[in-house]
Design a binder for this molecule. Sequence first.
Ligand code: 13P
Ligand code: SF4
Length: 303
Amino acid sequence: MDDKTERIKKLKQDKNSVILAHYYVPAEVQAIADYVGDSYYLAEVATKVEQQSILFCGVRFMGESAKLLNPHKRVLLPDGEADCPMAHMAAEERIEAVRREYPDVAVVCYVNSDAGLKAHSDVCVTSSNAEKIVRELPNRDIYFIPDEHLGRYIAGRLPEKHFIFNDGFCHVHTEITAEQVKRAKAAHPDAPVLAHPECGGLVVSLADYVGSTAGIIDYAARSEAEEFIICTETGVFYRLQQENPEKRFFPASDAQVCPNMKKITLDRVIQALETGETEVRLDEKLMERAHAPLRRMLELAGK
Ligand code: 13P
Ligand code: SF4
C-alpha cells in the first residue's frame, strides 16, 4: 500500500468516515473508495452506511443527495467547486408555470439537479430507473427536468405519456457526435456501441445498448463481444478493464472527459478528511422539500 492510501485508510478510521465514489472520478480515487457505483447505487448506499461522516467523491449534486438522505450525518466533498453544470439548467419559475398550465403534471427531476430544483419536483429519477418510475406514475403529463436528452430517450420508450421537455444538457455527452461513433464503428465493426442516455438522439439511435454507467459496465461483462465502443465519460474504463481484462474498450471520441469529476484527486481526499472541508450544508426548509422526491425515487425504484 502506498503512502497516500495508508494515510486515507488511517484517516477514515480516525474520523469514522466512509468513502463513496462515482465511476467518473479518476481511477486512483475509485481504487481507495469503499463503494463505487452509478448515481442510483450511491444514493442507496448513502442511506445504509453506518459511519457518521460520508466523503462523496463526485460532483456537488451527488453530495447534496447524500446529505438530503442523511440530514444528521456529515457529508464532505473533496472539492466544493466540482459541480455539474446541468444540475442548474432548469428554472423554478418555469416549473411553476408548467404546473399552472398542466394541473395534473408530474415534475420528474433527474438527480443531476441542485437541491432547489429537487424541492420543486414530485419525484427524482436516475438514468437507471427513469423509465420504470415514469411508467408507473399515474400522471400522463410529465415535465422532465433538467436533461432534455434523457427526457427524450425515456419519452421514446413511453409513448402513452405526454412529455414536456426542458433544454438542459450535459456538455460531455452531447459533444460526442454520430460521425465519431460511425468512425469508431468502421474501425471496430464487431464492437457493440454502448451509450449513456445523456448523449444526443443521433448517437443514441446508433447504440446497441443505452443505459446508466452501471448498466454499461454490466452489459459489457455479460456480452460475448470482445471489443466495445463506449459513449460515456472515460472514468468507466477503469472498472470496465478491471472486470474484463481480456476485452477491449474504445471511446467514440477523445474528449469524453468530465472536467468536474476529474477535480477529485487523492490529495483532495486527504485534505477533506483532515480538515472536514468542504461540508455540504443546506437550509433546513429546503432539505425537507428536496428530500421528499428523492425518497420517493428510492421507494418506487425498489418496488
Ligand atoms: P449515472 O447515474 O449513469 O452514473 O450517470 C451520472 C452522470 O453524471 C452521467 O453524466
Ligand atoms: Fe454533469 Fe455531464 Fe459531468 Fe455527468 S458527465 S457530472 S452530467 S457534466
